[in-house]
Ligand binder design. Structure first.
Ligand code: COA
Length: 261
């Protein structure tokens, strides 16, 4: 039985695809969907040895996620807003810190919380019809799920300020040019491209992949020194059998067989 009300989950050879399934609302992130995402990543963590990677996409051809669910905003007060933003940021950190690659397959609108969700993923594959934007100022609010921070990290301060202050939407090609999208593919090919990348990453040593994620994240985490994190995690990789196998396989001119040990 699917334990997640608004997510469809499928699995193929260790690649999990999470489809946000509220097409009637362009897959807007209501609180139930946010709980589902939190629960999905919490439940996935103990099984990570069997997971090559996770793809997040949206149901239907039109939208990835068109933002937080605006119909829930009418009951929102300042205290509720604090909790909503804190909770949303915590969930998106769960995604960003997941020790296997998480890729957004952006099949349409990625607006507001949808753009923030895509940015919390490690990579973004944009279908040619994808549209990205942070239109919150149109509603009298600002991004609350980490968008003001991650958009700067990905596209730089000046362009991030422009996008957030004008509320302009940009297409896939511009998102690619700015570094927001890693690749642009034909509509409908987003999940296939994400799968191809996850399969390639799965040929590498899993611990090393998780340490790359951890060290890169450390650069953006308060109280963490990314360079020091890199030194200690470099050493933790060297303690593994996979490191011995990788180095030996190179010298023996054969492909390594990594066992996550
Ligand atoms: N929250 C709740 N419902 C949403 C939604 C959101 N963020 N985005 C779209 N929907 C709903 C619409 O209300 C509409 O529902 P209805 O059929 O019951 O009227 C349905 O999804 C289809 O959207 P619609 O606006 O008719 O489609 P469109 O093709 O004309 O426009 C968008 C598409 C994405 C440009 C437009 O829906 C939009 O601007 N959405 C809000 C984006 C936003 O501001 N996100 C940030 C929120 S903080």
């Amino acid at each position: 039985m699917n334990p997640y009300q608004n997510l469809l989950i499928s699995e193929l050879n260790g690649v999990l695809t999470v489809t946000i399934n509220r097409p009637e609302a362009l897959n807007a992130l209501n609180q139930q969907t946010m709980r589902d995402l939190a629960n999905f990543f919490r439940d996935a963590l103990p099984n990570v040895a069997q997971i090559k990677g996770v793809i997040i996409t949206g149901a239907g051809a039109k939208s990835f996620v068109a933002g937080a669910d605006i119909s829930e905003f009418t009951q929102l007060d300042a205290q509720g807003a604090l909790e909503m933003a804190q909770n949303g940021q915590d969930i998106f950190f769960q995604i960003e810190r997941f020790p296997r690659p998480v890729i957004a397959a952006v099949n349409g609108f990625a607006l507001g919380g949808g753009c923030e969700l895509a940015m919390a993923c490690h990579l973004r594959i944009a279908g040619e019809k994808a549209k990205f934007g942070q239109p919150e100022v149109n509603l009298g609010i600002i991004p609350g799920y980490g968008g003001t921070q991650r958009l700067c990290q990905l596209v730089g301060k000046a362009k991030a300020l422009e996008l957030m202050m004008t509320a302009d939407m940009i297409g896939a090609e511009e998102a690619h040019r700015l570094g927001l999208a890693n690749h642009v593919v034909a509509a409908g090919e987003e999940v296939a491209k994400a799968t191809e990348i996850i399969e390639k990453i799965a040929t590498k040593a899993p611990l090393a992949i998780s340490k790359v994620i951890e060290c890169v994240n450390a650069n953006y985490q308060d109280g963490k020194d990314g360079y020091q994190t890199e030194i200690s995690e470099f050493a933790s990789c060297v303690r593994t059998n996979d490191f011995k196998e990788g180095a030996t396989a190179f010298l023996e001119k054969r492909k390594p067989v990594f066992k996550n040990l």
